[in-house]
Each structure stands twice: as C-alpha cells, then as structure tokens.
Design a protein around this ligand. Structure first.
Ligand code: SUD
Ligand code: ADP
Length: 286
C-alpha cells in the first residue's frame, strides 16, 4: 500500500492566549498541500519493520506502535518512509506521516480504535491530517471544522533554517496575542485572489529569534506572491500565485537558495489523500 502524506500551511494563525497548562490556545486555518512525503506500508506477520530517520522516535513509527498496541497486535507492518518535506519547517510533515500510518493500519487491521484521540496523543496537528483538505482549528488544533476553498496555486519556500517549535512558543510575549481570525473574510479574499486579512502570531517571535527571516518574506513578496506568511512555527513561508505559470516562475527564482516547490491547496487537494485514494502526480518544483 502506498500513501501520500501531504504537507500543510496555516492560512493565518492567531494565538488567543496562554492556558494554565502552559500551552497556547490558537485559532488557525489548516490547508493541506497537494504534495508531501510518501509512505509504503505492507503487512508482515508481527512487529514493526521501519525504514526512515529517527528509528523508534519517528512519529510514523510511534503511530504504528500506538495503533497496533490498542488493536491488540493483530499483525505487524513494514513501513518505508520517503521524506520529501523539509523537517522543522512548519509544514507538518511528521504529523502527516503519523496520520497516514494510522489510516493505513485501520484499513489493514480494522479494530475499534479511536483514531482521533490516538492522533491527538501523537501531536496537536495530527488530527487535522486525518481529515486533510482545509479546516478551521481551535484549542491546540484539535477542535476542527472542515471548510471549502477553490483550488489555489501556492508556492512554499524554506531557507533551510530549522526553527524548533518549543523555542518559538517560548519567545511568545503577551503583545503577540491577537483576536480571532476573520474566517469568512479570509476565505472570500483567497477565492478572489486578493490579499487575505490574516496574520501569524508566531511571526513576531520567529523574527525576533531570526531577524533574517524578514528578508525571506520580503523576497517572496517581491516575486508578486499574495498573502505571504510564515507557516505555523516556521521557518517555511508560503504565498499564493496568480496562476501555475506565475508559481513556476517563483519556484525557479527561489530554488537555488532553498527548498522551493509549488502545488495546490483547496479544491480536492490534500483531501483525498486522507481516504487512501490515489493522488495525481504532484506538479513541478525543486
Ligand atoms: C505551530 C503548530 C501550528 O500548527 O505546528 P507547526 O506549524 O510547528 O507544525 C502547532 O501549534 C505546534 O503544536 P505541536 O505539534 O503540539 O507542537 P510540539 O512540537 O509538540 O510542542 C512543543 C512545545 O510548544 C509549546 N506549544 C505547542 C503548541 C501550543 N498550542 N502551545 C504551546 O505552547 C509547548 O511548550 C510544547 O511543549
Ligand atoms: N516522520 C517525521 N518527519 C519529520 N520529523 C519527524 C518525524 N518524526 C519525528 N520527527 C521530529 O519532529 C520534528 C518536527 O517535524 P516536522 O513535522 O517536520 O516539522 P514541523 O513540526 O515544524 O511542522 C523534526 O525536527 C524531527 O526531530
């Protein structure tokens, strides 16, 4: 069985406040991308045979182990993880890998296992990847509402700087908190190809830690991309292109200096990955 684990970007991320447990309450729009990592899975009599980085600490391995444990070890699985998404870039690759392993194992070894709570125990972004598509999220990302958005060409760029999520959250100051995102206005602007009225409350903290990231954002803007924003806790930025030709030109201009790739969000992109259906070949990029 072969599955694509799509990346994601956050079409706006607002930090509403800090909870007593130290976590931050957020309001965000997740959008799955039309490209991502690739997983090959096949049943074996017992155990987990895993090929990929980090061994047993890999989120894909941990997802397999958690599911099979809860299902009572009905059999084993061989997993080969082909990493295409940059790590620690805010594109959610590890979370998406974990979600696809959960979905694949549920198909291979059906059992009364609550995938959603298992997903949440693996990471705050993992439940979203069980759905894919576009979704509004609250809490730490677990309260989800699916949304519709037409397919939009998007360019993603990561300079290679690895931003650790805990360090970015630690840098958050009270003045970084913001109100809820204007969801309807964001969706309307995106559909019309206008500058969306969104922000990412983690940009301020990320820029304070690494001021050079502001230049990266400016470069994407200078290429004519709209709604250029840090994705999640970074360090990847994304921006919306006018059309495929514009997206291709932007990738061409960026690819010598980092990970640059274009694809789609919205439409059916990143949604059908979640039910195991085949994905179309990904469009170009580095
Ligand atoms: C920022 C987001 C946006 O989607 O993901 P990325 O874009 O980096 O993938 C998420 O909030 C990433 O949440 P999550 O996946 O749980 O982050 P982890 O790396 O597990 O958390 C690392 C640490 O960040 C802090 N943290 C995390 C999430 C949150 N809502 N508030 C927090 O304060 C906590 O101190 C936590 O111990
Ligand atoms: N399958 C995996 N893919 C990527 N990173 C993983 C995976 N399993 C564990 N990790 C760890 O999780 C960290 C964050 O991974 P990733 O999901 O790619 O980034 P982000 O949380 O910024 O979106 C990595 O730096 C790595 O140490």
């Amino acid at each position: 069985m072969e599955r694509i684990a799509p990346g994601k970007v956050n079409l706006g991320l607002s930090l509403l406040g800090r909870r007593p447990d130290g976590y931050h309450e957020l309001h965000t729009l997740f959008a799955a991308l039309s490209f991502g990592d690739r997983l090959h899975l096949e049943p074996i009599p017992e155990g987990i045979a895993f090929r990929g980085r980090y061994g047993r600490r890999n989120l894909a391995y941990r997802a397999a182990s958690a599911y099979l444990e809860k299902a009572g070890w009905p059999g084993g699985v061989r997993i080969v993880l082909e990493k295409n998404l940059p790590e620690g870039a805010g594109l959610g690759g590890g979370s998406s890998d974990a979600a696809q392993v959960l979905l694949a194992l549920k198909a291979l070894y059906p059992a009364e296992v609550d995938l959603f709570s298992l997903a949440l125990s693996l990471g705050a972004d993992v439940p979203f990847f069980l759905l894919g598509g576009v979704a509004e999220a609250r809490g730490v990302g677990e309260r989800l509402r699916p949304l519709a958005l037409p397919p939009l060409p998007v360019v993603v760029f990561a300079s290679g700087l690895r931003l650790l999520t805990p360090l970015v959250y630690r840098e958050v100051k009270p003045h970084d908190f913001a109100p809820e995102l204007p969801v309807e206005a964001i969706l309307e602007a995106l559909a019309r190809g206008e500058e969306p009225p969104y922000w990412n409350s983690l940009e301020g903290p990320a820029f304070r830690l690494h001021p050079e990231l502001q230049e990266v954002k400016a470069r994407l803007r200078a290429l004519g991309l709209k709604g250029v924003l840090l994705s999640g806790s970074g360090s990847a930025f994304f921006g919306l292109a006018e059309d495929e030709a514009h997206a291709r030109r932007a990738v061409e201009a960026l690819r010598r200096t980092g990970y640059a790739r274009w694809g789609f969000l919205g439409g059916n992109h990143g949604a059908f990955a979640a039910d195991g259906g085949p994905l179309p070949p990904s469009p170009g990029g580095a």
